[in-house]
Design a protein around this ligand. Structure first.
Ligand SMILES: [Zn+2]
Length: 414
């Protein structure tokens, strides 16, 4: 099973938007660009919502069948480890193996020495096509990076072999993610990490490093865009080099996690993909849940009333909701409107505060981030929430499709 050159991860937290999401991919295909949809839901999301991975597979398959989608689609067990992977085994054919917790925990000294012994080429000057300058390696640097990442790669190997034993090698797409950690990985670290992954015989098709800058949930990138663009291009060169040198799968590509809404990066990413003829996996998730809330507000009446109720509940449980996402949100609480204020909003005021239109002076990224982590509120509402989603389906679906197509697919690929 081989992942296509272009793929986008989409999240469908309440299993109601797969068709609306697929419509964005159909329109891209109609305009000549095939992008493969990958429905992802992390263990964390399943736990917060109280859902099972089979529900993601069922919703995705139903949407694909109803639309007559002719290209592949996948279901991603997102951010799993040895302890959490088993319940995803049957429903998923894409596994994001998260080893961030093992980064910076040192491997056995003998394993680090053996790795450095096996790869004297990493300790010298490494010429990589496309890089302005050769990478200047040293034995000390190989040992330092090995010390930081080797245990994580060994753990990824254990998880990979566990999945392969259950599903059979070649019957699923493995990704390794290192994004949910403190410090970004430089292109030269990525080379050493990929070498170790090849040694561990994990045929990864995507890798999610932590890039420079902040990738907050549901809002634009915060950081040095020029530095991001340099490193993204360098990462592409390093990956091409690692494929040639270490025999990793020839479709290995970068996976950009928390990739939704990073509007200032889409131009640089698009340019880099064209320049290098490279593919990419862009992972989005919560942006679709936010479009559900926008769609409810947009519909007015009982939909708008429920959207206001979700805001009020989210605001009164802000600490609890933000805790699991502390490292990936930046909410200025002083700029959150009170419940009374929001209760007075019109449909248009609510939609304009939440919709990710940076040109709109009414747009409020603090409201957006709070609601992004507020899906637990809707999960607690249960059937009452789903009933409104269904009652406001036209409005919700229109917002879900437009967001994916116009704000994500188009600037990146069309
Ligand atoms: Zn991630």
């Amino acid at each position: 099973m081989k992942l296509a050159k272009y793929s986008i991860g989409v999240g469908d937290r309440f299993a109601h938007q797969a068709s609306a999401q697929l419509r964005a991919f159909e329109q891209a295909a109609a305009q000549g660009v095939t992008i493969v949809p990958v429905w992802n839901k992390s263990n964390r999301e399943h736990t917060i919502i109280g859902s099972e991975p089979t529900s993601v597979r069922a919703a995705a398959d139903a949407a694909v069948k109803a639309a007559g989608w002719k290209h592949p689609h996948h279901v991603d067990a997102d951010h799993i480890g040895l302890k959490t992977v088993d319940r995803f085994m049957a429903a998923s054919d894409f596994f994001t193996i998260d080893v961030a917790d093992f980064i910076a925990k040192p491997a056995e000294p003998a394993a680090i020495q053996a790795f450095a012994d096996r790869h004297p080429e990493l300790a010298g000057e490494i010429t990589i096509a496309g890089l302005a300058q050769p990478v200047r390696g040293s034995r000390a640097e190989v040992e330092r990076v090995g010390g930081k990442f080797l245990l994580a790669v060994q753990e990824a190997g254990k998880v990979y072999r566990h999945i392969a034993a259950a599903k059979g090698a070649g019957n699923f797409i493995p990704e390794i993610s290192m994004d949910e950690t403190d410090s970004p990985q430089t292109p030269s670290e990525l080379l050493i990490i990929l070498t170790a992954i090849a040694d561990e015989k994990i045929p990864i098709q995507t890798i999610a490093p932590k890039f420079t800058g902040r990738f907050n949930k549901g809002v634009d990138y915060v950081g040095d865009v020029a530095q991001f663009e340099r490193e993204f291009n360098d990462d592409l060169c390093v990956i091409a080099h690692a494929i040639r040198t270490y025999g990793l799968p020839d479709n290995l590509k970068l996976s950009v996690h928390s990739g939704s809404d990073k509007f200032s990066l889409y131009g640089p990413i698009r340019r880099a993909l064209q320049k290098h003829g490279a593919g990419v996996h862009l992972k989005t998730a919560g942006t679709t849940w936010l479009e559900e809330v926008i769609g409810l507000a947009d519909a007015g009446g009982t939909g708008l009333a429920l959207a206001k109720e979700i805001y009020a509940e989210a605001l009164s449980h802000i600490d609890e909701l933000c805790a699991p996402y502390a490292t990936v949100i930046d909410i200025d609480r002083a700029k959150l409107p009170t419940t009374a204020t929001v209760n007075g909003w019109s449909s248009e005021q609510f939609v304009r505060a939440l919709r990710h239109n940076q040109q709109d002076a009414q747009f409020n990224p603090n409201v957006r981030q709070l609601l992004h982590v507020g899906f637990k509120v809707a999960a607690k509402m249960g059937r009452r929430y789903l009933d409104q989603l269904e009652a406001c389906e036209a409005s919700v679906a229109r917002n879900v499709t437009t967001n994916l197509l116009e704000r994500h697919v188009r600037p990146l690929f069309l």
